[in-house]
Write a protein that binds this ligand. Structure first.
Ligand code: DMJ
Length: 415
C-alpha cells in the first residue's frame, strides 16, 4: 500500500527512476487473482489509498497499466456496495461493507464488530474515486454505485433534519446510531467529499454543494469556538470542549477551497476568514510545541498545549490547509509556516529509510516509534512539496485532491 500511496508524489517530485521502479512492482505484483488473502482489508482505506493512488497515476501519466490495475481493484471494491433487490436491499445491508478479503469478495464484514455501527467517513468517501474510475473505464457502474450510496446519505440527513451527520450509522436501517458529531476521526472526509464531489462534477452536482453548505452552517453553530487566547478552533460535540483533534485541521483548507471555487452567488462570507483562522490555530499547534511537532490532540486556551495524546503521527492535515490557503490567498506566510513544520519533521522524525512516528512531542530529544503510515508519502510530503511549487504543476481548477491527496481530474460525467 505504501507504494500505491506514494507513487504520484514521486512523479510530482520528479523522482522518475523511483517512479518507474514502483510501476514495475505494480505491474508484476499487484494482482487480485489466485489464493484468498485470508484476512479482510478496509474498503475505505483501500479506496482512498490504493484506488486513489492508481487513478491519480493514470491521470498524471496516461499510462495504461495504472488504468488496468485501478479497474481490477475497482471491480473488487465494487462488490462492497449493497446490491439492490426488488423490495429493499440484500440481507439488510445498507452501506458498503467495512472490510473484505480482496481476493475473496464473499468474505466480507459489513461493519466493524467492535463498533456495531458503520463509520460515516468510511461509507461516505468514495464518490471521487468511483466517478473517475467510471470515466476512465468507460462504464457507469462504479459511479452509479457511489452516487446512489451518497444519495442515501443525503436522504438520511434530510430525514433527520440534521446535516452535520453524526459519526456512526445504523448498519441495517437508514438511521443514525449516535448523536455525536465531529469534523475529525470517523467523520472528516464525508464532509470533504460533499464539496469536492460537487467540484469534480464540473459544479453540476448541486445537491452535494447544498448539503455541504448546510453541514458547514451547523458545524459553525455547534463545533467552532474562539479560545480565551483568540484561537479559532473546532471541538467535537462530546468530551472536552477546549480540545481539537489534529485530524480536524483539514477543515481550514476545505473552507478556503469552498470560498474560492464555489460560485459567488452560493458563497458565504465567513468561509475564508474562518478557514484562515482555523489554519493559524493548527500552525500554532506545531509552533508552540517544544519539539515543533504537533500532538494528536491539543488543548486550546490562552495558549496551545498538547493534550493527553502527545503522539505525533506525521499527519498531513495542517500542511494540507496551509497548501490551500497559500494557493487561494497567495500569502507567502503560509509557505514559511509549511517550511517550518517540514523542517521540524525532517529534524525529529526522519530515519535512514523513511520517517517514524514520535511518541511525545513535548520531549526533546524526540523518541521515535518503529512505525510510519502510508499517508506520509501520499499526503504529508506532497503538500509540503506542492506549496513550494508553481500552481501550474497542479492547478486546482483542473484537479480535486481526494482525501489521501491523490489528484483526480475534474470531469463532468453525469447528472
Ligand atoms: C488519511 O488517511 C486521510 O486524510 C483520511 O481521510 C484521514 N486520515 C489520514 C491522515 O491523517
Amino acid at each position: 500500500m505504501a507504494i500505491l500511496d506514494t507513487m504520484d508524489t514521486l512523479y510530482l517530485a520528479g523522482l522518475h527512476d523511483e517512479f518507474k521502479e514502483g510501476r514495475e512492482w505494480i505491474r508484476q505484483n499487484l494482482t487480485l487473482h489466485g489464493q484468498k488473502n485470508g484476512y479482510r482489508t478496509s474498503f475505505f482505506e483501500t479506496t482512498i489509498r490504493g484506488l486513489g493512488g492508481l487513478l491519480s497515476c493514470y491521470a498524471l501519466t496516461n499510462q495504461t497499466i495504472f488504468r488496468e490495475k485501478a479497474q481490477e481493484l475497482g471491480n473488487t471494491l465494487l462488490q462492497a456496495f449493497p446490491k439492490d433487490v426488488e423490495n429493499g436491499v440484500e440481507s439488510g445491508q445498507v452501506w458498503p461493507a467495512a472490510l473484505m478479503d480482496l481476493r475473496n469478495v464473499a468474505d466480507r464484514q459489513l461493519y466493524p464488530p467492535w463498533l456495531r455501527s458503520n463509520i460515516l467517513a468510511d461509507v461516505g468517501s468514495n464518490v471521487l474515486e468511483f466517478t473517475y474510475l467510471s470515466t476512465v473505464a468507460r462504464s457507469p457502474e462504479y459511479e452509479d454505485a457511489a452516487v446512489s450510496n451518497e444519495a442515501n446519505l443525503l436522504d438520511l440527513a434530510e430525514k433527520h433534519h440534521q446535516h452535520l451527520v453524526p459519526k456512526f450509522l445504523n448498519p441495517t436501517s437508514y438511521e443514525y446510531s449516535t448523536d455525536e458529531v465531529s469534523a475529525g476521526a470517523f467523520a472528516d472526509s464525508y464532509f470533504e467529499y460533499l464539496l469536492k464531489g460537487y467540484l469534480q462534477s464540473g459544479k453540476k452536482r448541486t445537491r452535494l454543494l447544498n448539503e455541504w453548505k448546510k453541514a458547514m452552517q451547523e458545524m459553525k453553530t455547534s463545533l467552532i469556538h474562539k479560545s480565551t487566547g483568540g484561537y479559532t478552533f473546532l471541538s467535537d460535540s462530546s468530551g472536552d470542549q477546549n480540545k481539537m483533534q489534529q485530524l480536524s485541521c483539514f477543515m481550514g483548507g476545505l473552507l478556503a477551497l469552498g470560498a474560492h471555487y464555489v460560485p459567488e452567488e452560493h458563497r458565504e462570507d465567513w468561509w475564508l476568514p474562518t478557514g484562515a483562522e482555523i489554519t493559524r490555530t493548527c500552525y500554532e499547534m506545531y509552533h508552540q510545541s517544544p519539539s515543533g511537532l504537533a500532538s494528536e490532540e491539543a488543548i486550546i486556551g490562552d495558549a496551545i498545549h498538547p493534550s493527553g495524546a502527545p503522539q505525533f503521527r506525521i499527519r498531513p492535515e495542517t500542511l494540507e490547509s496551509l497548501f490551500y490557503l497559500y494557493r487561494i490567498t497567495g500569502d507567502e506566510k503560509y509557505r514559511d509556516w509549511s517550511a517550518e513544520i517540514f523542517d521540524a519533521i525532517n529534524k525529529h522524525a526522519r530515519t535512514k529509510y523513511g520517517f517514524a512516528n514520535a511518541r511525545d512531542v513535548t520531549k526533546v530529544p524526540v523518541l521515535l516509534e518503529d512505525s510510519e503510515e502510508t499517508f506520509v508519502g501520499a499526503e504529508t510530503l506532497k503538500y509540503a512539496l506542492l506549496i513550494q511549487l508553481p500552481s501550474e504543476v497542479l492547478p486546482l481548477d483542473k484537479y480535486v485532491l481526494n482525501t489521501e491527496a491523490h489528484p483526480l481530474p475534474i470531469v463532468y460525467n453525469g447528472p
